[in-house]
Design a protein around this ligand. Sequence first.
Ligand SMILES: NC(=O)N[C@H]1NC(=O)NC1=O
Ligand SMILES: [Zn+2]
Ligand SMILES: [Zn+2]
Length: 460
Amino acid sequence: MKYDLIIKGGNVVLRHEVKKADVAVKNGKIAAIDRNLGKEASQIVDAHGQYVMPGMIDAHVHICEPGRTEWEGFETGTKALAAGGTTTYIDMPLNALPATTTKEALKLKFEAAKGKNYVDYGFYGGLVPGNIENLQELSDEGVIGFKCFMASCGSDHPDDFKNVDDYTLYKGMKKLAELGAVLLIHAENAEITDRFAEEKIREGKVTATDYADSRPIFTEVDAVKRALFLGKETGCPLHFVHISTAEAIEPIIKARNEGQDVTLESCPHYFTITAKEFEKIGPVAKCSPPLRSIEEQEKLWGALKQGKIDMLTSDHSPCPPSMKYSGTDNMFEVWGGITGCQNNVDLMFDEAVKKRNIPVTEFARMIAITPAERFNLSSKGEIAVSKDADMILIDPNRSYTLTEEDLYYRHKHSPYVGRTIHCRVTKTFVRGSLVFDLEKGIIGKPIGQFLTNKELIAKT
Ligand SMILES: NC(=O)N[C@H]1NC(=O)NC1=O
Ligand SMILES: [Zn+2]
Ligand SMILES: [Zn+2]
């Protein structure tokens, strides 16, 4: 057979245009894209009426294995990713135990992940107080970047992640600049948000709105500006995670225009759920930075329309239901993190492409092309000849209402349950292998491969 697979007649989303074409795959790579590639393939998939898009690269996922597999493991987490149209993800260095801040902890991650991933994956290392000495070895072992918290992490477990002090932030940036590694930053001012939280709790103000009010926009903007300043001082490449407001985007774009190496991401929840809705939905919508007002959300959409969002990520930060619903009314005591990685693509395709007429090529840029480029995943991110055949089919007219039964997460809760989404991922291919089919569910064994900052080094 000439090809292993031909996807026929879909609207293929290329870098600069959408083209009605066939896509042929051979040995896991895209071999040809053309109008009529015939039928010489072991497998033919009809994609008429559907978009053929690059699979999402979700650069912000918290899989809690090892140590907290009970929250979310590689198997359940990556089934959800596959079902939602993600073909590659990068795992954050926190919420698993121990946190990924040493070579030894990275080895534990690597061992725990072996043979359990349905999609391709890489790891970040952490920058925490006291581990500057470990950054080199983490980089040598292939981490794709480094993550730090300027906000408090809120866990007092001894093996858990710790937020940086200013000294660590500065010294860490200097070292990472030397290594040429990207530093990912959770940017919120720790001292102010912690003290605001204390005030609220002291006054007995513990609702969803009180929680959101305890982390005002200026605390995000302040942290962004300070990190940019230190980034300029040290020459460290920066990436701001889960930016929640247009106001925090402006200094980042300005710094980039002035020559700094800096990018940013935002997440579906900041575009689709408001602070008011958080009050109604409750604990499953708690996250940090918090959900914002409808006015702020509109400004964020404005930034997206102007091409200012480099990438979309889920910040999938799962936990057991008991950490969301333990009988407390105190929103400050509830786990902060949204279980959301299964609904990145459909939700944002619906809201951005269908509802707000954002070009589908722009959408592909945010979910696949830019994350691949930023994190040096050179074989990924685009439907183009010789790239990995990581592709998804989206039916733009297939509406559904999300139920708990649709979810593959270890714990089937999500702020999107009950929401009607007006499009759906129908198939997911990782390197040419079908891993998810809407009619059949997850297909076959976990075939995900480990990706490093250099190249694909291990097949699991
Ligand atoms: N620990 C953790 O996952 N925190 C994440 N959750 C969230 O909502 N924001 C975060 O940074
Ligand atoms: Zn964060
Ligand atoms: Zn996160």
